[in-house]
Design a protein around this ligand. Structure first.
Ligand code: SF4
Length: 266
């Protein structure tokens, strides 16, 4: 299988230069590689998307799945997994989608530790609706509905994930497609809930955040909790402050949902 075998005939309506293109390409490469290595069949994958620019990835990937309820990617993904535990379920959400409407699901997903991968396209903006502030927007972000600038500090989602008991947390620079591919591949093969924070540049809204390329640096895979505590705090989601570590920020072994849930063994 070639990555392009996962393409569809849908016209792509992302803005030229949007970093969603990198994420799409990385996902195609991972899935085709896993199929070629005979680890999975194409029919084993099921994708779920929310609502936002990220959600259009559903139209551009020739895979089964469910397209969209705003903020509800994780409950749908969990439902698919419970109905058919053999499915490899991959969720795609935006930062508004996941960290605003979907925050409760996000936190509990780490507690459940179901065998699902969640990829969050974080452009620090509600871009589909022309750029309003999300929970990860930098302080001072000016929008049409907030002309004096966002007055709240941003959430740090990777820090929340670690506090919530995550067994796999990664952050990626999608423009480094090969590195992103290798992280997604490890996430899909992780036993439990794997979460990837994609630093997805929006080239149309929240342009202030488009300086983060030079702040990002790659780290080796990390399994040390104390080191993870430092890594997740290294960047505060405000522009121009601190370095941004990318790679596997933390991975550990924890019982996944099916091992904890007695009914599943009956
Ligand atoms: Fe990408 Fe931003 Fe355009 Fe949406 S608005 S497609 S996130 S560049």
């Amino acid at each position: 299988m070639n990555p392009q075998d996962l393409s569809t005939k849908q016209p792509n309506t992302w803005c030229p230069g949007c970093w969603n293109f990198f994420i799409l390409e990385a996902v195609k490469r991972v899935i085709s590689e896993l199929v070629n290595e005979k680890k999975f069949f194409k029919k084993d994958f099921s994708i779920v998307t929310g609502v936002g620019c990220h959600g259009k990835i559903f139209d551009y990937l020739d895979l089964n799945g469910f397209y969209g309820l705003h903020g509800r990617v994780l409950p749908v993904a969990l439902g698919i997994k419970l109905a058919n535990p053999k499915m490899k379920v991959i969720g795609f959400g935006g930062d508004g989608d996941t960290y605003s409407e979907g925050m409760a699901h996000f936190i509990h997903a780490f507690r459940y530790n179901a065998d699902i991968t969640m990829i969050v396209h974080d452009n620090q903006s509600f871009s589909l609706t022309t750029g309003q502030a999300t929970p990860t927007s930098q302080k001072g972000f000016k929008t049409n509905v907030n002309p004096y600038g966002e007055f709240n500090e941003p959430f740090n989602p990777v820090k929340i994930a670690l506090s919530a008991g995550a067994s796999f947390i990664a952050r990626c620079n999608p423009s480094d497609i090969e590195h992103t591919k290798s992280v997604i591949k490890k996430a899909i093969q992780h036993k439990g809930f794997s979460y990837i924070e994609m630093m997805q540049k929006c080239v149309t809204f929240n342009l202030e955040m488009n300086n983060f390329d030079k702040l990002m640096y790659k780290i080796p895979d990390n399994a040390n909790y104390n080191k993870a505590l430092k890594l997740v705090e290294e960047w505060d989601y405000n522009s121009k402050k601190g370095k941004i570590p990318v790679g596997i920020l933390y991975q550990t072994k924890k019982p996944c949902l099916y091992e904890k849930w007695k009914q599943s063994k009956q």
